[in-house]
Design a protein around this ligand. Sequence first.
Ligand SMILES: Cc1cc2nc3c(=O)[nH]c(=O)nc-3n(C[C@H](O)[C@H](O)[C@H](O)COP(=O)(O)OP(=O)(O)OC[C@H]3O[C@@H](n4cnc5c(N)ncnc54)[C@H](O)[C@@H]3O)c2cc1C
Length: 569
Amino acid sequence: MTDSLTVTDGHVAPAGLDPDTLVMMLDALGEFVGHALPAKLQLELDHEDVCPEDIVRAMSDPNQLGVQLVFVPEAYGGMDGGAFDSYRVCEVMARHDIGLATAVFATFLGSDPILFGGTVEQKQRWLGAIAEQGLVFAYGATEPDAGSDLGAMKTTAVRIEDDGVVTGYRITGRKQWISNGSIADVTTVLARTPDGPSWFVVPKETPGLTAAHPEDKHGLRLSNTAALFLDDVDVPADHLIGEVEGRGLIQAQQVFGYTRVMVAAFGLGGGWEALDRAIEYSLERQQGGAPLAEKQGFTHKLIVPHAVRLEAARSYIEDTADKIDRGLGENGAMNTEGAIAKLMATEAGNAAADAAIQAHGGYGYTREYVVEKIKRDVRITTIYEGTSEIMEMTIARDRWQQHLKTSGAYYRDRAAELSSLETTHPTVGAGHAALAMQALAAVLEACRVARLTRNQHVLFRLGELITHAECAEALAQRAATALGGNRHEKSPDRFDGAALAAMSRVFAREAAQKLGQEGVRWVAGSVDSGSADVAPLLATIPHDAIRASQSGLLADMDRVADVLYGRTS
Ligand SMILES: Cc1cc2nc3c(=O)[nH]c(=O)nc-3n(C[C@H](O)[C@H](O)[C@H](O)COP(=O)(O)OP(=O)(O)OC[C@H]3O[C@@H](n4cnc5c(N)ncnc54)[C@H](O)[C@@H]3O)c2cc1C
């Protein structure tokens, strides 16, 4: 990750690798993991619940793969990759194994507080060691009683003083579910100091630091996850990140936009890997006298909707990563966007992997078929780095404020922009996405008038609805950009503009339908008798237009299926 942006000819060039270097890294990654972790070994390790520490270390070793160099700034010996690069690397890693991807991610997460909050000396020392020696890190935030609510954390760091000068800290507490917990060379630990939560660098050999036996998990079994015990762990004062107490939660929150995009990419990678396996299987598997690939009842339930949801998620991931690389992600500015990307991609990835098991029938339910493992692995992505419900809350709270601040214009304006896009690019589903935005604006206004966000469930459902509307917008915009020949230079080119347009029309119709139906459901289902009458507001939801927009849906799903199966239509 880069510290700075380059200004060329008055334009801000996005941070990150040049496209050729990115392609080289992705190729090297594929080759390395493909060689080090053949499918048979992968299934064995999963079955035996073993973390291949040698592979994790080789991936981090700058003399071998050195994948973590992408995440380290050039100033400290890295390659200065940006958010877009990180998303591409994370997706490819996740396609191979989300457990291994998690091990690499943990080093990134663990070093984040240093990158964003460390002194220059701390960055040189610790980021330099990651780049030069391939140190493996862990990120120690969660505790047994403090997961989603880190404010409930109990681990303490007491000052050690000598003649009134703070010379170190004594850390005591317990951390839970720590990725790389028992293999990491260094763990960054969040602990309460007298002036508030703060991050500390704790090397593995520090007396008093011990790891529990690794967890026996549902999935992600190639990733080491362990509780950590800190019993009077003494660290010198310069192990306090930033050397100022009380900045820990701010340092953690500053990078959520970035880190959530990375976990979103895990959902995307896991989901697409499972779906591609289902596509391949359905070309071979004969039922009812023909391959499953030719059965519309199979493809249009188990393949097509998942492909379009994953591509909607990709569009949002790419848009957010690009904005971060253009410097719009400072100080947590893209946290809501990161949450939308994560919610959409990880829920879509999870659903796609589940559908891939169904697509394999009984075979999909056995350990011999990799989709069974992917389903268990990808399941974690809706839990760690902020659960889906916490994402819904984050999204709804922020966009609710935007709705209030703009007196309801926030989504009405976005609907108008999509309607304009429909006039210039009539094939990209922008009109359907505009309907979703209009419905969203009406639902939010009804919630304001009747004060419905007092109900936590309504607030969270708004988070989900907002996510679908904004992802429909992002996919329509990406399709338009691809049709105009201006695709992001680092975006994969599996689908051309026409294919993305068909996908967008399918997804935007789904989003419009969802917004219209579920929006009304939660508003009508939560108004108190005697509260303000929301009926006139609900009447502004363009139900007739949403219904009319479904026309042509099946034909578009046929088109998407043809694209996915390489059939010329
Ligand atoms: C395999 C694995 C690896 C992990 N790696 C790391 C790591 O490296 N470092 C690290 O620090 N942590 C790590 N975690 C921890 C992970 O981030 C937490 O598990 C996650 O944040 C959820 O916290 P929790 O488990 O305490 O669940 P809880 O916070 O107790 O949540 C339980 C349920 O309640 C919901 N919920 C929570 N709060 C609310 C609320 N206010 N309103 C409504 N619903 C709510 C949640 O969405 C969830 O469905 C890992 C976890 C796992 C399983």
